[in-house]
Design a binder for this molecule. Structure first.
Ligand SMILES: O=C(CO)[C@H](O)[C@H](O)COP(=O)(O)O
Length: 228
């Protein structure tokens, strides 16, 4: 296993220690979350009473494979906590997410949780957001015009495609455009600006949402936040 994978594994596994008996937990998406799910499945098998709400079809599949009991928003209105990865985390814990294309459901889950725990390997920490292309989910109808409106923010959006070269379709049936800002100086303002554009479903900027950040290294983790 590569050092980065060890770091992701450490961060993912360590986050499970914050899950208490009886909790309902939002389950994020991505390769760091994979390790969290694996560990959570083991804890559930050993008697931890927990229910998860998955943020993507991929997460749902992994959770089922690992034996993590699942529920949905038809049955729970609030989550005790959410655990999710990120593509970039700045010193104020503003996040860029959506590299895996699950940003809309991830944000609904984060907004419904009493606490958001972000699990990352050390490579995700940045002094300023923007090097990672910001994903924006857009409605398919007239998406070209939505992309044109997004250029008002000073960026040329690039439609995400799958390996076959077709437009990538999210779990919600929408498209994603990736925006190479380079530097995002005011994440809060940019998040608001983009979300007001007609045709935009959601952006991968998650501002003022994270409560804890667990940074994984190949040999340890560091936890930052209210309970650290
Ligand atoms: O936002 C996400 C998916 O939409 C992921 O949390 C993000 O891409 C990080 O993924 P990984 O843990 O695989 O590096």
């Amino acid at each position: 296993m590569k050092d980065q994978d060890h770091a992701k594994k450490n961060a993912g596994e360590s986050s499970v220690d914050l899950i208490q008996n009886g909790m309902t937990v939002g389950l994020g998406s991505g390769s760091t979350v994979y390790w969290m799910l694996k560990q959570l499945g083991e804890r559930a098998a050993n008697g931890l009473d927990v229910k998860g709400v998955p943020s993507s079809q991929q997460t749902k599949g992994w959770a089922e494979a690992f034996g993590v009991p699942l529920t949905d928003f038809a049955h729970v209105k609030r989550l005790d906590l959410a655990i999710d990865g990120a593509d970039e985390v700045d010193p104020q814990w503003q996040l860029v997410k959506g590299g895996g294309g699950a940003l809309v459901r991830e944000k609904i889950i984060a907004a419904s949780a009493n606490s958001l725990i972000v699990i990352i390997d050390e490579s995700k920490t940045v002094s300023q957001l923007g090097a990672f292309p910001l994903p924006i989910e857009v409605v398919p109808f007239g998406w070209e015009t939505t992309a044109e409106r997004i250029t008002e923010t000073g960026v040329e959006p690039v439609a995400r495609r799958n390996d076959a070269g077709e437009l990538f379709v999210s779990d919600n049936g929408n498209y994603i455009v990736d925006c190479h800002f380079g530097t995002i100086r005011e994440p809060r303002a940019l998040e608001k600006q983009i979300n007001q554009l007609t045709g935009v479903v959601e952006t991968g900027l998650f501002t003022d949402m994270a409560n804890n950040v667990i940074v994984g290294y190949p040999d340890r983790t560091e936890t930052f936040g209210h309970s650290s």
